[in-house]
Design a protein around this ligand. Structure first.
Ligand code: FES
Length: 202
């Protein structure tokens, strides 16, 4: 929007807004940085330091630094191998009945683990609890009871799952903890993807 049009509508011009809130640094002051380097050190983006992206006021006690949100980068289908002695084990039983026992880290979820190890789990919504293509059946009822209860969103999606059972869960919502060491889950013979045809029909 031009300054003239903005002014005629009683709005501050983009130029004015930019000078107030966004000081785009020169290449010399702030070389381009990768997102992962920002995520590792979000404090480097705070106002008042050279190279900031937001820098309209210096820090004071009444104007403390504010930060961009820089959540950890989620690397789709990537998990780090566990350190020796810290492994937890999960076993996937695929549609052919073959077992895949995998050493994982605390905090990994079953979708990410499966995708990192070429186990056929679709995960159409990439773990946002908006599909049922990461449906798994927990083999052991005792272990099932150790998994934190499903949220309403997960239950809604499970209602759409093919071959729902009493011990069904969404793989993306199961996060490995020491209590779940030794977990065994079966992959159903098919999944129901509302957006595309099934990858494995019965
Ligand atoms: Fe869609 Fe788990 S990947 S709900």
């Amino acid at each position: 929007m031009s300054s003239a049009i903005a002014a005629s509508r009683g709005m501050p011009s983009l130029t004015k807004l930019t000078s107030l809130y966004l000081r785009v640094p020169s290449a010399k002051a702030a070389p381009l940085r990768s997102f992962s380097s920002i995520a590792r050190n979000p404090g480097s983006l705070c106002p008042g330091k050279p190279g900031n992206l937001i820098s309209h006021k210096p820090w004071t006690t009444s104007n403390p630094p504010r930060y961009f949100s820089a959540s950890a980068v989620s690397l789709h289908g990537h998990v780090d191998p566990p350190k020796a002695g810290e492994e937890l084990y999960v076993t996937f039983i695929d549609k052919e009945g073959d077992e895949h026992k995998i050493a994982v880290n605390k905090g990994d979820n079953l979708l990410t683990i499966a995708q990192a190890h070429d186990i056929e789990m679709e995960g159409a919504c990439e773990g946002s609890c908006a599909c049922s293509t990461c449906h798994v059946v927990v083999e052991d009822e005792e272990m099932f009871d150790k998994i934190p209860e499903a949220t309403d969103d997960e239950n809604d999606m499970l209602d759409l799952a093919f071959g729902l059972t009493e011990t069904s869960r969404l793989g993306c919502q199961i996060v490995m903890t020491p209590e779940l060491d030794g977990l065994r889950v079966k992959l159903p013979s098919a999944t129901r993807n509302m957006q595309a045809s099934n990858f494995g029909k019965k």
